[in-house]
Design a protein around this ligand. Sequence first.
Ligand code: FES
Ligand code: FES
Length: 153
Amino acid sequence: MANVNVSLTVNGQQQTVSVDSSETLLWMLRDRLGLTGTKYGCGIEQCRACSVLVNGQLEKACDYDVTSAAGKSVTTIEGLSADLSNKLQQAWITEQVPQCGYCQSGMLMAATALLASTPKPTDAQIDSAINNICACGTYARVRLGIKRAAGML
Ligand code: FES
Ligand code: FES
């Protein structure tokens, strides 16, 4: 496959990256930009560990064609805040949500997308929106974290 230049915005910074045209957004973020907060889990669109926002929409980076990201704005876990001041990051710390932590970047990106559309989500709305797989079973704490960030606790 040919190398191509892709220009896009990542976490508020304009980037032009030389990529293999068959590459996914996930590997561009991790291997070319060093943004390793976005995780590779299954690679088959099941676990959602690789979740990022593209133009504000939740997307699975493991199946997102990097050339399709051209001209778009991507937000990864590193873009939520550099100093953990983001309200979801703060709530995650208070509620001690992460266990091994591997799935948590994806959880936080899904929670970010949820609160952007639904500022005060019900349990049913949380369960419906958060389809991420967590091998450590943090689902109840994820709910608490989202509610704390939403000012519901
Ligand atoms: S790595 Fe993308 S959904 Fe599992
Ligand atoms: S915290 Fe370990 S997989 Fe979710």
